[in-house]
Design a protein around this ligand. Structure first.
Ligand SMILES: Nc1nc2c(c(=O)[nH]1)N[C@H]1C(S)=C(S)[C@@H](COP(=O)(O)OP(=O)(O)OC[C@H]3O[C@@H](n4cnc5c(=O)[nH]c(N)nc54)[C@H](O)[C@@H]3O)O[C@H]1N2
Ligand SMILES: Nc1nc2c(c(=O)[nH]1)N[C@H]1C(S)=C(S)[C@@H](COP(=O)(O)OP(=O)(O)OC[C@H]3O[C@@H](n4cnc5c(=O)[nH]c(N)nc54)[C@H](O)[C@@H]3O)O[C@H]1N2
Ligand code: SF4
Ligand SMILES: [Mo]
Length: 694
């Protein structure tokens, strides 16, 4: 009977960065229906196919349900079931043992894309344990945007979709498929319906490109050159905001003379974009007020990421779009516990000198270890040995560049514990595997620490099955085993209460409110200046020399040189139906996208005698994989767009779930890295293709 259904409001999570308010129907501790909540702060009723399929994660028959201990050789697929106390003791014994021999820094704590409060509890655990090494995927996700923003204008300029923009410059963002951190695309779609114009910069003719006034189909990996030519046009034609530039920027004259050489004609050969179109797009952005720059993740996927993003923050600044409604803003947080206090940064004052990447001279304020530097420490003992790892919410064998090297590093670790909801190729190499409870199964807070100016309530909807525990509970218990008992709680939910304490709300009151937003204040620089050494937007970095950074944004050349043996340019984008390597095992989603697809232009397909649906070998200097051809003119003739994150749960443990067969990161390398963030090239890689005849 319909009446038996209990309806709970919560927010979607872990299918992307999350944020849609959902109405979840529950019957007998089972989710029977999911709908978009018309009152949702970010989604106003919108829900996507992933959100609708999200309850299937909880009930999958192969989900991890009990702690497991390795019973055979590493990766052999033999496990014995152990109790929670035994699993926690085993991890504590090993991590404490490594600490005794190599120091706490010989243990790393790894996190994938942040899912909820668990990533901050992990940092807290690492700090209290004494390890400065939290490894994360931030080298290729958000740290470049956030930290470049902080160095240039004192904050992370997030796109403001809550106020109407005249124009949105969508640069390397497929937001209708990905939704980006803190943004649900329905807010932008609503603006477009009300007349907001679009300029789209993407090598693929994505949905928004079709709706755009101007679409620039640039060559992947050349965004830096294009951004500098935007600056060239806008400064050359005096289209910038003169008052703002005069009062609030530092180094304008130097930037102006620096970008003089980057004319649209000069960069056309690099970016393959018609100079007239570059001029048109740059003028359109500069003349539209306010204009928001929706900057996406591929900008963080080359060794040139820092300079590229520097140029883009300069662009926002000189056009007067920083911290204005409908522009790129510094969001004010609600009254909640500061991150530093929550993660107990006081307990490890030496962190910035001791973390692995400090020895590689990365940019100040980068607080998580780039994966390439973690692997170096495991494989070469450089700058000091790393012997143990605790991983949660991550699948490095698919997510990190240079997958074969990742495999070697995981195999070489003396001890590895992994918490996941499913047996992944990474978990299969662990000594201990822990069954995590996941979203809908415990109370959580969304977007804490992400800089978007709000937090979302994600109250529990159903009980976790069997012996699944939320990560925050696992970390709370592990904390008692490897740090002092007094830092942790009888009930892990107290961690959530701590975060909310300054707001005077408890978790249940917060749940009633659904979300907490910081005050809406704009142009805060008028009273306080910008939080940079000069108090202005640093078009030229005043501390460049001290931090060994280029003072002005440069174009350092293509990510990889052209190579006649590898004549095509490889890029990738996120799959609308999956989150990275997650959820290939959810039937409802797999039916929508059963195979890893590579997009190939019809002319190119003809040249290589490839037809729709053929298996295609994609090869770079670093490795080769197979994906299935999708022949489409969404890409240009010399560019292919392959899928990232593919492994095959159905292939079973003997082949380690065919982790190499179609894995994009077999095609990437971590030998060349951008110094600031340790970012490898994931875009603009030289490649070749042929039909797989076997
Ligand atoms: N469905 C789904 N949603 C997701 C995710 C997912 O895996 N699946 N992942 C989440 C995460 S962690 C992130 S960081 C965000 C990322 O979300 P986005 O920022 O949207 O990132 P991508 O989808 O990788 O790429 C965005 C667009 O950039 C284009 N592109 C590729 N190469 C280049 C290039 O060199 N230059 C330019 N200008 N454009 C390029 C692609 O064609 C694509 O249309 O999505 C989040 N949301
Ligand atoms: N070549 C290439 N590489 C990339 C990218 C790219 O575009 N191209 N994108 C990069 C980006 S932007 C990012 S953010 C990273 C993503 O890197 P990861 O976050 O490592 O990506 P996933 O493959 O989604 O792995 C997440 C794992 O968490 C598990 N999981 C889900 N929910 C829970 C939970 O509640 N608890 C626990 N313990 N586990 C859970 C899933 O089952 C899955 O195995 O990849 C990066 N790597
Ligand atoms: S758009 Fe993202 S947050 Fe919204 S339902 Fe889909 S996966 Fe969930
Ligand atoms: Mo990401």
């Amino acid at each position: 009977m319909k009446d038996d259904i209990r309806w709970v409001k919560t927010h979607c999570a872990r299918m992307d960065h999350g944020g849609c308010s959902l109405l979840v129907g529950v019957k007998d501790n089972r989710i029977v229906s999911v709908r978009g909540d018309p009152d949702g702060f970010l989604n106003k009723g919108y829900v996507c196919a992933k959100g609708l399929a999200s309850p299937d994660r909880l009930t999958h028959p192969d989900r991890l349900r009990y702690p497991l201990k390795r019973a055979g050789r590493k990766g052999e697929g033999k496990w014995e079931r152990v109790s929670w106390p035994d699993a926690i003791n085993e991890i504590a014994k090993n991590l404490n043992g490594i600490k005794g021999e190599y120091g706490a820094k010989g243990v790393v704590f790894c996190q994938g894309m942040p899912k909820g409060v668990e990533h901050l509890v992990l940092i807290r655990l690492a700090n209290l344990f004494g390890s400065p090494n939290v490894v994360s995927v931030q080298d290729v996700c958000h740290a470049p945007r956030e930290i470049t923003g902080i160095h240039t204008c004192g904050f992370y300029p997030v796109t403001d979709f809550h106020h109407q923009s005249k124009l949105v410059l969508v640069w390397a963002s497929n937001i209708t498929a990905t939704n980006e951190e803190g943004e649900i695309n329905s807010l932008l779609v609503e603006q477009i319906e009300k007349g907001t114009e679009l300029v789209v910069i993407d090598p693929r003719k994505v949905d928004l490109a079709k709706k755009a006034k101007v679409w620039l189909q640039l060559r992947p990996g050349t965004d830096g050159a294009l951004a500098l030519s935007f600056l060239n046009v806008i400064i050359g034609e005096k289209l910038y905001d003169e008052d703002f530039v005069e009062q609030w920027t530092y180094g304008f004259a130097d930037l102006a003379s620096h970008v003089r050489d980057y004319t649209p004609e000069a960069v056309a050969g690099i970016t393959r974009v018609n100079p007239d179109l570059i001029r048109k797009a740059a003028r359109f952005y500069a003349r539209s007020h306010p204009a928001a720059l929706q900057w996406g993740n591929p900008l963080e996927h080359t060794i040139n990421t820092f300079d590229t993003l520097r140029a883009l923050v300069c662009l926002m600044a000189i056009c007067g779009n920083l911290d204005v409604p409908g522009g790129n803003i510094q969001a004010s947080e609600p009254d909640i516990l500061s991150l530093g206090k929550f993660v107990r940064s006081d307990s490890l004052p030496s962190k910035t000198q001791e973390m692995l990447h400090a020895y590689h001279h990365t940019i100040p304020r980068l607080m998580t270890v780039p994966p390439a530097m973690f692997k170096d420490a495991v494989l070469k003992g450089h700058p000091y040995p790393v012997k143990g790892a605790y991983m949660q919410c991550t699948n490095p064998l698919l997510a990190y560049a240079d997958s074969r090297q990742t495999y070697e590093a995981l195999m070489k670790l003396e001890f590895l514990a992994v918490s996941d909801i499913f047996m992944t190729p990474t978990a299969a190499l662990a000594d201990i595997v822990l069954p995590a409870a996941t979203h809908f199964e415990f109370n959580d807070i969304g977007h804490y620490g992400l800089g978007h100016g709000y937090i979302l309530a994600r109250p529990k909807v159903v009980d976790p099955p069997d012996e699944c525990w939320p990560d925050i509970k696992i970390l709370n218990e592990l904390g008692r085993g490897i740090t002092k008992e007094e830092y942790w709680y009888e009930d892990y939910n107290q961690l959530l209460e701590d975060i909310l304490q300054p707001s005077s709300l408890n978790y249940s009151e917060f749940t009633e409110r659904k979300y907490l937003q910081g005050p809406e204040r704009f142009r805060k620089y008028l009273s306080k200046g910008f939080r940079t050494p000069t108090g202005k937007v640093e078009l030229k970095l005043s501390r460049a020399e001290k931090y060994r950074l280029p003072p002005l944004p440069q174009f350092n050349g293509l990510p990889e040189e052209d190579d006649t043996e590898y004549p095509l340019v490889l890029t990738s984008s996120k799959n609308p139906h999956y989150l990275h390597s997650s959820y290939r095992w959810i039937k409802r989603l797999r039916e929508k996208r059963p195979d890893p697809m590579v997009e190939i232009h019809p002319e190119t397909a003809l040249r290589y005698e490839i037809r729709e649906g053929d298996a295609v070998i994609i090869e770079t200097r670093y490795g080769k994989i197979t994906q299935i051809a999708h022949v489409t003119d969404i890409v240009d003739t010399d560019v292919i767009n392959a899928s990232h994150g593919w492994w095959f749960p159905e292939a079973g443990p003997d082949s380690l779930y065919e982790w190499e067969k179609s894995n994009f990161n077999v095609l990437t390398s971590s030998k060349k890295l951008g110094r600031e963030f340790g970012t490898p090239n994931l875009k603009g890689i030289a490649c070749r293709i042929r039909r797989d005849t076997y």
